[in-house]
Design a protein around this ligand. Structure first.
Ligand SMILES: NC(=O)C1=CN([C@@H]2O[C@H](COP(=O)(O)OP(=O)(O)OC[C@H]3O[C@@H](n4cnc5c(N)ncnc54)[C@H](OP(=O)(O)O)[C@@H]3O)[C@@H](O)[C@H]2O)C=CC1
Ligand SMILES: O=C/C=C/c1ccc(O)c(O)c1
Ligand SMILES: [Zn+2]
Ligand SMILES: [Zn+2]
Length: 357
């Protein structure tokens, strides 16, 4: 275990102060490690497109200073007296959520991501009335319910993107019964979430078609990620060649886009699963849905149980993410590149190696 000294619960994160979204060092205080809490030293944290939405106030509810980061892998430094599942030295992860009400229908069904009182890992207020802050920081304190164990044979940096991107595709495939071998799936938008979609769907023995805005990622999608086919969404001939052929499409596009071109790729009863966070209305003509009894649905991350299950699923199959590791002093450039669709396929910040303190 590496050395870790924390004076008076002071930690150093990188925070945005306004909707420019530019991050710079920010010192704040962590709560004491409560009975149910795990104190973790952050090792790695992935950069998700949601971090951009939050940093730049795309959803209209951002509060500053904001330390983003919700694909957090860390080492347990201290556990509370009631913590049973973790001990000092464990490699653990935390994601988008750090709290829920524990008594509503969603919570009792162990799908706490749909709890109306869920607490987000940053840009939210914790039960003690203090702002929550994310993983671009030297350390975090997280209730054990929202901590997962990283499997022994998985590298810490590899695990980071699974904690949001991985479970975001795993959960709907499971929930909608889209796990049998031989299904034909589409992944619309080959970014952080999309590339995990290809990998997880391929691990389920699906035939996977990437639907992308350009041909730039074609070779690597097929050769490195294992996609079976690749079509460019603006190419009518390519899109026509896969009309009414797909059982589902995982739509990860983070900006407004027409839905009809993609609905027309679905078979009878096919599902368009919206994952992108888009704060503007999406349009479609009802006959396109009705005439093929197609479904437009959405899905939000996954439960803590599903997150742990997905990590085991990936570990058993040696399934990895494709990442570019950067130091924290590159984070603003990385955010700019992510927004400009210039990353293959997830940035992961080497937080511990960035010597924030
Ligand atoms: N539902 C949920 O629980 C979750 C939702 N999200 C949301 O999913 C979306 C995707 O996240 P993530 O995969 O991290 O994002 P990325 O930026 O990594 O990937 C998005 C992909 O969409 C395509 N794209 C099309 N138009 C644009 C555009 N104008 N700008 C950028 N990309 C574009 C690109 O693929 P190509 O080059 O192939 O066209 C790009 O790689 C975001 O809105 C994010 O907030 C993320 C995690 C969980
Ligand atoms: O990246 C994870 C969070 C996704 C998300 C989905 C929907 C929504 O309204 C958000 O604010 C975030
Ligand atoms: Zn995310
Ligand atoms: Zn609840």
């Amino acid at each position: 275990m590496g050395s870790f000294v924390m004076e008076e619960r002071k930690v150093i994160g990188w925070a945005a102060r306004d909707a420019s979204g530019v991050l710079s060092p920010y010192t704040y205080t962590l709560r004491e490690t409560g009975q149910e809490d795990v104190l973790m030293k952050v090792l790695y944290c992935g950069i998700c497109h949601t971090d951009i939405h939050q940093l730049k106030n795309h959803l209209g509810a951002s509060k500053y200073p904001m330390v983003p980061g919700h694909e957090v892998v860390g080492e347990v430094i201290e556990v509370g007296s009631a913590v049973t599942r973790f001990r000092r030295g464990d490699l653990v992860g935390s994601g988008v959520l750090v709290g829920c009400c524990r008594s509503c229908g969603a919570c009792t069904a162990n799908i706490e991501q749909y709890c109306n009182k869920k607490i987000w890992s940053y840009n939210d207020v914790y039960t003690d009335g203090k702002p929550t802050q994310g993983g671009f920081s030297t350390a975090m304190v997280v209730d054990q319910k929202f901590v997962v164990k990283i499997p022994g044979n998985m590298a810490a940096e590899q695990a980071a993107p699974l904690l949001c991107a991985g479970v975001t595709v795993f959960s709907p495939l499971r929930h909608f019964g889209l796990t049998e071998p031989g299904l034909r799936g589409g992944v619309l938008g080959l970014g952080g979430v999309g590339h995990m979609g290809v990998k997880i769907a391929k691990a389920m023995d699906h035939h996977v078609t990437v639907i992308s805005s350009s041909d730039k990622k074609h070779t690597e999608a097929v050769e490195h990620l294992g996609a079976d086919a690749f079509v460019v969404s603006s190419d009518a001939e390519q899109m026509g060649s896969i009309a009414e052929s797909l059982d589902y499409i995982i739509d990860t596009v983070p900006v407004v886009h027409p839905l009809e071109p993609y609905l027309s790729l679905l078979k009878l009863d096919g599902k368009l699963i919206l994952n992108g966070v888009i704060n503007e209305p999406l349009k479609f003509l009802s006959p396109v849905v009705m005439l093929g009894r197609k479904a437009i649905t959405g899905s939000f991350i996954g439960s803590m149980d599903e997150t742990q299950e997905m990590l085991e699923f990936c570990a058993e199959r040696g399934l990895t993410s494709m990442i570019e590791i950067v130091k924290m002093d590159y984070v603003n450039k990385a955010l700019e590149r992510l927004e400009g669709n210039d990353v293959r396929y997830r940035f992961v910040v080497d937080v511990a190696g960035s010597n924030l303190d």
